[in-house]
Design a protein around this ligand. Structure first.
Ligand code: N2P
Length: 367
């Protein structure tokens, strides 16, 4: 008999089928990117266009990302290591090769830049450059002047690496990036040594000695907190990344709090870093991943990202679409003579990495 019981069974079956087909349709993509490193509308616009929901998580340290990748399944479809870290991760075979046939927008990338990053990833087989930057100095123009006078060496690493200067700046707040290999390379370069020295004693000796002298005057080591702290006036000087410092300057401007910030690429030269998208071997949502990569390489999309985060992207075709303040900003796109003085970070042998990690722990604890 066609009774109530039957009706409710049919309804349940119908409900389950509908639910299964809806959830089968919900496409997802898991991304792990640096903090403050995408435009506020990029992910929502992507979802609107494609129906793909991005589950997005952030980090602020290559070491953290590296730890996850080395531990095995990250659960992410896309991650963004920096150049020399990616090189090491490629040796550990944690990424899968790209199928460029699925990336028609790849043609928009700058061939010269692709050649540069091929030093880390031969023939660009596994990665797509996203943004690039320098590691320099962010500072509060008025406070630094107040503490060190009109001739404060804001164009030199002396500002933060000469212990007597840092001892004075300590009163208005100093932070350093918590990025051991970058800070060590910068210090070695400043000390006239090879930024990529493979001698353990260069790290544990002179570089550590200098960092221990500076240590009492460094309020903290952190790689993202400094953006807000600079913008609020809680710190007055930092070793930081170009785009982050320029974001801080803009946050202060928007807040109209009379805090004037500037970024400096010191005249002695600075580290240049390329961050690249790569797909972990165990990524599950490949079709969605390719759709996202292709979307990001669309000139209008990536131009919008740079306009918000103040980092230089890897797309030639995007340049005319970027705002003047980004495109013509020598702190974002440094001039040829500044570029000539920039240096890169090379892959360290694993033994040296352990030396660096130990030295860094010692420096941070101040002992
Ligand atoms: C963004 C950090 C820039 C990436 N907040 C550093 N490689």
């Amino acid at each position: 008999m066609f009774n109530i019981k039957w009706l409710s069974t049919i309804t349940t079956v119908l409900l389950i089928t509908t639910f299964v087909s809806i959830s089968a349709k919900e496409k997802k993509l898991y991304i792990y990117n640096w903090s403050d490193y995408i435009a506020p509308n990029t992910l929502t616009n992507f979802q609107k266009e494609t129906g793909i929901k991005v589950v997005y998580d952030v980090f602020d340290s290559n070491e953290v990302l590296d730890g996850k990748l080395m531990a095995g399944n990250t659960g992410f479809d896309l991650v963004v290591p920096s150049d020399s870290f990616l090189e090491r991760q490629l040796i550990a075979k944690v990424f899968q090769p790209l199928d460029k046939n699925k990336l028609p927008n790849y043609k928009n990338l700058d061939p010269q830049l692709l050649k540069l990053v091929a030093n880390y990833d031969t023939d660009n087989q596994f990665s797509i450059p996203y943004m690039w930057m320098t590691t320099g100095i962010g500072y509060n123009i008025d406070k630094v002047k107040k503490v060190l006078g009109n001739n404060a060496p804001v164009d030199s690493w002396d500002l933060v690496l000469k212990p007597e200067n840092l001892a004075k700046l300590q009163s208005c707040g100093v932070s350093f990036l918590d990025a051991p290999s970058e800070v060590f390379a910068t210090i070695l370069h400043y000390l006239g040594k090879d930024a990529n020295s493979s001698l353990a004693s260069d790290y544990t000796g002179t570089a550590t000695e200098l960092l221990l002298k500076l240590r009492p005057n460094i309020r903290y080591f952190h790689s993202s907190q400094y953006i807000n702290d600079l913008a609020n006036g809680d710190i007055c000087v930092t070793i930081g990344w170009s785009g982050d410092v320029i974001q801080a300057a803009n946050r202060a401007k928007e807040a109209k709090n009379s805090i004037n910030l500037a970024y400096s690429i010191p005249k002695e030269g600075a580290l240049v870093t390329f961050d690249l998208f790569a797909i972990p071997t165990k990524a599950k949502n490949l079709q969605e991943t390719y759709q996202f990569l292709n979307y990001l390489m669309r000139p209008d999309v990536i131009a919008n990202v740079s306009n918000h985060i103040y980092y230089a992207n890897a797309s030639q075709a995007a340049i005319p679409l970027m705002s003047e303040v980004v495109r013509n900003n020598p702190e974002i796109y440094p001039s040829a003579n500044i570029r000539a003085k920039m240096f890169i970070l090379k892959l360290h042998p694993p033994k040296l990495d352990r030396v660096i990690t130990r030295a860094w722990t010692k420096i941070k604890s101040g002992k």
